[in-house]
Write a protein that binds this ligand. Sequence first.
Ligand code: G3P
Ligand code: CA
Length: 390
Amino acid sequence: MKNLLNLLLIAALFSACNGSSEKKHADSDGATTKKTAMNKLSGQAIKVRDYVPDDMVFAHRGSTYWTPEETEASLRWARNIGADYLEFDLQKTKDGFLIALHDSNLSRTSNVREVFPERADSAAIYFTLKELRQLDIGSWFNGANPDRARKAYAGLKILTFKDVIKIAEGYRLKKGKDGLPEKEIKDGEWTGFYIYEKDPQDNGNRPGLYAETKKPDCEKLIAKELTETGWNINKNSKTIKTTPGKIGLANTNGRFILQTFSPESAIKLEALLPNIPKCLLLWQPEMKDDLKGNYQKAIDFCIKNNVHFIGSSIAGPPNNYKELNAPWMVDMVHGAGLKIHAYTFDTWEQFKTYGKKVDGAFTNRSDIALEFYGRKSEKSAEDILKELGY
Ligand code: G3P
Ligand code: CA
């Protein structure tokens, strides 16, 4: 799942920052022993951590269960069902735009093999935004999940970072008579962007956003676009109108959370976007040679670099990820003043096992998550999809 380069980087960075937790002490009989000194998140970091409430529902890629991931369908659905945050992954195009995409290439989640057969396995960075907008990122889902297939998923477009922000703010892509998104034209030429309109099915929820940095490096672009859109709480921050009784995280200091598996990226993000909540994701196979020691190093890294959350995997089907939320692990993270945003919840069973032990859940089933946390949606997942026109 995660690449070797990242593994090596994590090992190097964690080993470079482990000076804080072990000290030598002399016992009463004079013998020298090692004792672990528990460091804690700073007061300012705890203030930033608490911008994000507990028991949060993070709609993982919108939803990979009900909809094609990281599409307008998945994010509008997650917004309307009442997820607290829309989770998505960020990558860069050849011409320097940020797009929402999980895999490094397009082969799993698009028809790239039909449209660009010569470049079917090339990474997204080798395509311009206009080229990527030619792809259909919805039809593959219908083929892979015939029981959840919907005709309206066919032809869904890859989204930019700015598209995701507009969806969180209650907009959608404006469609022309041909059913295709209307293009934004400047100086007689398509910019690669589409025109937005107020979503007629918007129900007033204004979720926060939870963005993950994937390769290649995109931290500077994130800082730039976050500021341009008014979502950077440090600079040029705008007020987003919210409605009592609806999700309103978009208008709080916790409106945007940054997450990454890469310690190097976390350091860059902290330099560019201080006082914005951050999460370090952990992958057990990269830690297993010394699970306890590496967990402690990850925590120390977070304390040193103002990272507020640990994103750790839960066990159980369907993913069967390795356990990173055993009781001793949860105690260790909480003892250091950090909180836990665990991934990825797909079943009621997983919520029963882990839901109350962690502080937030990345989930493909925001419908199940909201019910577990006592905030069940009045409308079913499928009714919301129908209302949205899917
Ligand atoms: O982003 C949270 C967690 O799900 C990370 O895994 O591979 O889905 O980005 P991934
Ligand atoms: Ca992610």
